[in-house]
Write a protein that binds this ligand. Structure first.
Ligand SMILES: Cc1ncc(COP(=O)(O)O)c(C=O)c1O
Length: 1001
């Protein structure tokens, strides 16, 4: 529009609405839209109709809005403004034609299309807003016909005539939905109808991103009279964009709709096809437009999303989608779930009917859940011989009971990659078991409880598959259902033909051995299903935890027939109960990570696993140094624990071996070890030793340093005493500024020497007060201080100053030691110094409480002043066995090399991100001791963003911690087995989150 047009519009607005102001042109397809700001700072939207268009459209849309805003206060749509004479619009002559002009209220907020991320909460709120709109429009009556019939879902047959414009693959995809649409047409036509918005696309939804609320639904230019469910289908077709798991995406939306405006079961039956058909309409319209305007790039881009959605949507089983919608709306996922349960509940069957060669009437529950202590480490439960042996032992202990369990049990057993995909929450694994397992020897005959027809009889080969598999279809009373028999001898399964019938009590097959049953200890996987979902040679026996509700309804509990209390497995989420009890009985000053705390029950390499089997990649835990529950370390502990655990007053080879193994990693000057139980205890002892040598307790410590939780250690930890709940430290604590070359007092290449000079001056002040310095206690890389490596030349010069004053130098290696930096085993080795005392903690026992103080012979001699050093637990044979195992694994698995190469990969990835996202102000560290700091352009710390990032990373399955004096540094210090693939994934999700709105307030 030209300046003259602008002026003409403003003139018209003044004349008809009595308003002065300015106009800004906005995006608009049918109408031309303007942001109109009045001279007294009120905002409106001005809508200019197309040239010579039927005036009815504007009038009708205005009527609709008036109805909504007058009849339904609180409805989130624009309010129409009448002209001075009470008209819905005025007419304006521009160029050669007439245009309608009207004004509506301005709805603030961000368009859904520009919002990132579309959180669960937002999708739920959108559901509520859409439901509210449907509810309000239900009683709207108008004679007008729909404004844009070519977008109406109930008149979409015309798309069929456009298929010739597409290539074969595209045609097939479109025809898939068109065929379903035509087939369902008669039932679809009978659904309830009303006026609907009919275009709740992502440019017609305005969002308050801070409050995670919907501000308004706009642009009623496509309003139409049609099936109520069409409204939900249209919105859904846009909502699923950008998510790998569309059903999960729609769940909160449908829940929101249904809460406000209940959807009917028969409507949900059509939703899958209608969502597909809206995508078909978009594709067909897109094609028509593209043929008309072949050079329009924008059209091509918008079509890409449509085709991606079509592919994603068509890959979902339509009936499964239907079940998912039902569940989201609070119905049973399957319409027959309740009827089946009622019928099954009326029966009383016995285990020996399935296994007539046994006489089992009762079950002995076998716990294979993620938290089970029976199954041991991953290495142990993947050892089939061991597993079978343990089953046999359990059977021997319970000779009259059938060993069974597993319905809806989340299990850690499914370690084959076939169980893993990527969903809306990042990497996901199927963990929740859908049937009952009966653990019986190979060759045990298996019989059917019910008469049935064979629908699957195959050898489902492959690791952790079913092996011999039979599925029977049953019809009992009005019910149709299926039973699945997995892990049979393949020949006994293949003895059946599809279509064969098996009588009640008939033989289904025989249990297979590991080599033929998918590599399992022999057992029957026994599962009921209400829908076969068109599987022909397989059926899921395990589902994703987030879909367990749907699957519970689709695969009812086999124990409905047996009613054995031992089989009432169904794991409950205990988190709320644990949280409540924890608050009652544990120290009130103890914290939990994350706004919604995790219930972790298993560790496995780089993973921490929650009670639902969700695996989190742990980038925080430098304690589980060689990987969580490393089998070699676990075994060393278990074996020694069974033989002896006592104190160091007896001779024992373990403690000597451990000391020798440890000392091999040190320069020769550091040659004596005292074993203790924690990093705090190690630092306590180091300070006592310092006093024994120097006669002084006066210690130099860094600002933001942390050394432990005991009285002395807190007195020496500026990170504690100078923060919340802190206090004035004792006179023996002397704090020097944090040697941070990025944001500290001195920056750049010369910072190290400048900080050392400051330290020297500090010592002069101490000495000038007649005080003798005891020593320097310093982390080799400051961790709680924000992953701060000491600047070049600092430590060497600092040690010189301290030693010149007669003090000792203590390196606190509790966080950073044991090869974590990749190219040196100890942090102090980075700086070409040899401390007098080194304290070691966290990684030494891989989670077991063992720590150590390593010192020179001179220090050990001075400490040996006649008072015995006794430590009840320090250096016991179990801790020593564990410590030696940890040291051995670091070497055997070349973990320092891994820290170096994967650390470099992370560093270069983070630096590349830093270039793209300046919010990353600094990337630092080495190996697996890295950090990146979030600041604004003035280096102001972005604390809230760091917290947001860590919480969002948890959402995608990564545990990260935030630290530093301003809580704006993200720390990366994973178990040393963190792999290149883990690094790749970490960087991928970091980048995803760096694009999200809350990172940029
Ligand atoms: C650098 C440093 N020193 C000492 C300690 C104290 O170790 P612990 O918690 O084992 O007593 C910690 C613990 O976080 C630490 O980070």
């Amino acid at each position: 529009m030209t300046q003259t047009a602008n002026a003409a519009i403003l003139k018209e607005i003044k004349a008809h609405y009595g308003l002065d102001g300015t106009l800004d042109l906005l995006y608009g397809e049918y109408t031309q839209n303007y942001h109109f700001k009045t001279s007294n700072a009120q905002d409106f939207l001005v809508k200019l109709g197309p040239e010579n268009a039927a005036q009815d459209t504007a009038k009708f849309e205005q009527e609709l809005l008036l109805y909504l805003t007058q009849k339904h206060s609180g409805i989130k749509v624009p309010v129409p403004i009448e002209t001075k004479t009470g008209e819905s619009h005025c007419t304006i002559a521009l160029n050669s034609g007439q245009h309608s002009l009207r004004i509506i209220s301005w709805i603030p907020g961000k368009l859904w299309s520009a919002v990132n991320p579309h959180t669960k909460q937002l999708r739920y709120e959108l559901g509520k807003a859409s439901g509210g709109l449907l509810e309000a429009l239900q009683s709207f009556n108008a004679d007008a016909c729909s404004l844009n019939p070519k977008w109406e879902l109930n008149k979409a047959d015309w798309c069929q005539d456009e298929l010739h414009n597409f290539n074969t693959a595209e045609r097939q995809l479109l025809a898939f939905f068109l065929d379903r649409y035509k087939a369902d047409k008669a039932a679809y036509q009978k659904l309830r109808k009303q006026w609907i918005h009919n275009d709740l696309n992502d440019n017609n939804i305005l969002v308050d991103i801070k409050k995670e609320q919907i501000n308004g639904l706009i642009d009623f230019g496509d309003a139409s009279y049609g099936q109520t469910i069409n409204e939900i289908a249209v919105c859904s077709a846009y909502l699923i964009s950008g998510f790998p798991d569309p059903l999960d995406t729609l769940n909160p939306f449908l829940q929101g709709v249904h809460e406000v405006f209940p959807l009917q079961e028969e409507e949900l039956q059509h939703l899958y096809t209608l969502i597909g058909m809206r995508l078909v309409l978009s594709a067909v319209h897109g094609k028509i437009n593209a043929l008309a305007e072949p050079d329009n790039q924008y059209l091509q881009i918008s079509q890409k999303a449509v085709w991606e959605n079509l592919k994603l949507w068509s890959a979902i089983h339509p009936r499964f989608a239907h079940y998912s919608f039902r569940k989201a709306c609070g119905y049973d996922a399957h319409p027959q779930t309740q009827a089946f349960k009622t019928w099954a509940n009326q029966q009383q069957r016995s285990f020996d009917e399935i296994f007539p060669t046994t006489s089992f009437k009762a079950a002995q529950h076998l716990d294979l859940s993620v938290s089970s202590l029976w199954i041991g480490t991953q290495k142990e439960f993947n050892d089939l011989e061991l597993f079978e042996f343990k089953i046999d032992r359990l059977q021997a202990k319970n000779p009259d009971k059938i060993i069974a369990g597993g319905y809806q049990e989340p299990r850690p057993l499914y370690t084959d990659p076939a169980y893993d995909t990527v969903g809306n929450y990042g990497a996901q694994s199927r963990t929740v078991h859908l049937g009952v397992d009966f653990w019986l020897p190979a060759n045990t005959p298996v019989h059917s409880l019910h008469a049935g027809e064979v629908v699957i009889a195959v050898n489902d080969q492959g690791n952790k598959e079913y092996g011999g598999l039979v599925v029977l279809k049953h019809k009992e009373e009005d019910l149709e259902f299926y039973t699945l028999y997995g892990h049979l001898i393949p020949e006994t399964a293949l003895a059946h033909q599809v279509g064969d019938t098996i009588a009640a009590g008939g033989l289904v097959g025989m249990l297979g051995a590991a080599h033929e049953n998918g590599s399992w200890s022999p057992h029957l996987h026994y599962q009921f299903m209400l829908d076969l979902l068109d599987y022909t040679d397989d059926f899921p026996g395990v589902c994703y935890a987030h879909q367990r509700g749907i699957w519970r309804d689709l695969c009812p509990d086999p124990n409905l027939f047996f009613k054995d209390p031992e089989l009432n497995g169904d794991e409950k989420n205990q988190s709320d109960e644990l949280l409540k009890k924890r608050k009652e009985v544990l120290g009130y000053s103890m914290s939990l990570s994350y706004d919604s705390p995790l219930h972790i029950v298993r560790g496995q390499g780089v993973y921490l696993v929650d009670s639902w089997g969700r695996k989190y990649i742990d980038t925080v835990n430098n304690v589980a140094h060689v990987g969580h529950e490393h089998p070699q370390v676990v075994e060393a502990a278990q074996k020694q624990m069974a033989a002896l655990n006592t104190n160091t007053r007896y001779l024992h080879k373990n403690v000597i071996k451990f000391a020798e193994d440890l000392l091999k990693t040190f320069p020769k000057e550091l040659c004596v070890v005292h074993f203790v139980n924690s990093g705090s205890e190690a630092n306590e002892l180091a300070v006592r030793m310092t006093e024994a040598v120097t006669g002084s307790r006066h210690m130099l410590v860094s600002e933001s340093g942390y050394h432990g939780n005991t009285r002395t250690c807190v007195d020496l930890s500026h990170y504690k005493f100078a923060r919340k709940g802190g206090y004035e430290p004792p006179a023996t604590t002397h704090v020097f500024p944090i040697p941070d070359a990025f944001r500290g007092n001195h920056r750049g290449a010369e910072a190290g020497l400048a900080y050392a000079e400051d330290l020297g001056r500090k010592i002069e002040v101490i000495e000038s007060q007649g005080i003798r310095l005891g020593g320097l206690l310093l982390e080799s890389v400051l961790s709680c201080g924000g992953q701060i490596p000491l600047p070049p030349n600092f430590l060497k010069a600092a040690y010189k100053e301290v030693r010149a004053a007669g003090g000792l130098c203590i390196a606190d290696e509790v966080q950073v030691g044991m090869g974590r930096l990749g190219d040196s085993f100890w942090g102090f080795q980075q700086y070409d110094v040899v401390p007098d005392i080194v304290t070691i903690g966290k990684p030494l026992g891989n989670g077991h409480p063992v720590a150590a103080v390593v010192c020179t012979a001179e220090v050990a001699s001075a400490f040996n002043n006649g008072m015995e050093y006794f430590n009840t637990f320090g250096g016991n044979p179990v801790s020593a066995a564990i410590g030696s195992a940890v040291l051995a694994v670091i070497e055997q698995e070349d973990l320092m090399q891994n820290a170096q190469s994967v650390g470099d990969q992370l560093l270069s990835g983070l630096r590349a991100l830093q270039k793209e996202y300046p919010i990353i102000a600094d990337v630092r560290g080495k190996g697996f001791f890295l950090g990146f700091e979030l600041c604004d352009s003035n280096l102001k710390p972005l604390t809230a963003q760091a917290k947001y990032l860590a919480n969002r990373m948890k959402y995608y399955g990564f545990l990260m911690s935030v630290d530093g004096p301003d809580d704006n540094v993200i720390k990366i210090k994973p178990p040393m087995v963190f792999s290149p693939h883990n690094a790749e994934q970490l960087l991928h999700y970091l980048e995803k989150i760096l694009n999200e709105d809350p990172m940029y307030p």
